[in-house]
Write a protein that binds this ligand. Structure first.
Ligand SMILES: [Zn+2]
Length: 202
């Protein structure tokens, strides 16, 4: 594997060939062969988009057909009261419902109703485990990462050719296309040199 950072320009010339197990996109260009994890690639795209929309106070949201009521542990309740303003700025409309429940009426665009409960529990658990209070920037990044993860294309999902092309174009436009918000790699690259070496041509 070649560790040198590929340029953004080289990402934008990628041509997708197909998927491996409906999860990893194979793509080529003059630099070599690339393998892209479709979930984390989309996560990176959405993460940067949510952060930008948050900064402009324009995070997209959707009204749920029915409010989702979730029960919160005392620790989750405490975390909710700490981050509720920021959740609202990120497209959530949620309010206390009874003594220990939360009614969610509006969720960020792209997060389907079935994921909202799991996502909020996960987020509130993360915040409640935090020893010292986080600064606003970290809170925003964590919420954006969670929205991105839950709204992103999943693995084991067949993608049409134009969907793969779209994803690679969007990835090329991000500031940090090579890793996801959690630090996982998005792209593996086998440079032409790697390939030539393996075939003993150089
Ligand atoms: Zn994820």
């Amino acid at each position: 594997m070649n560790q040198e950072e590929p340029t953004l320009a080289s990402l934008s010339t990628l041509k997708p060939l197909g998927q491996i197990r409906n999860s990893f996109i194979l793509a080529v260009n003059e630099d070599g062969l690339w393998i892209i994890d479709q979930h984390v690639a989309h996560e990176r795209v959405l993460f940067e988009r949510v952060l930008k929309e948050r900064a402009a106070q324009k995070v997209g949201s959707q009204r749920l057909l029915m409010p989702i009521v979730l029960e919160l542990s005392p620790a989750q309740q405490a975390a909710f009261s700490e981050i509720s303003d920021e959740l609202q700025f990120n497209g959530f409309e949620a309010e206390p419902f009874g003594a220990r429940s939360l009614a969610v009426k509006v969720a960020p665009a792209g997060v389907d109703a079935g994921s909202v409960e799991h996502m909020l529990h996960e987020l509130l658990d993360q915040f409640s485990r935090e020893e010292q209070s986080l600064n606003l920037e970290k809170i925003r990044a964590r919420i954006a990462a969670s929205i991105a993860c839950h709204a992103a294309i999943k693995v084991n999902m067949p993608l049409e050719q134009n969907k793969m092309e779209w994803l690679l174009v969007e990835l090329a436009k991000t500031d940090h296309p090579m890793s996801c918000p959690h630090g996982r790699p998005v792209v593996l690259r086998y440079s032409v040199k790697d390939i030539q070496k393996a075939f003993k041509r150089i």
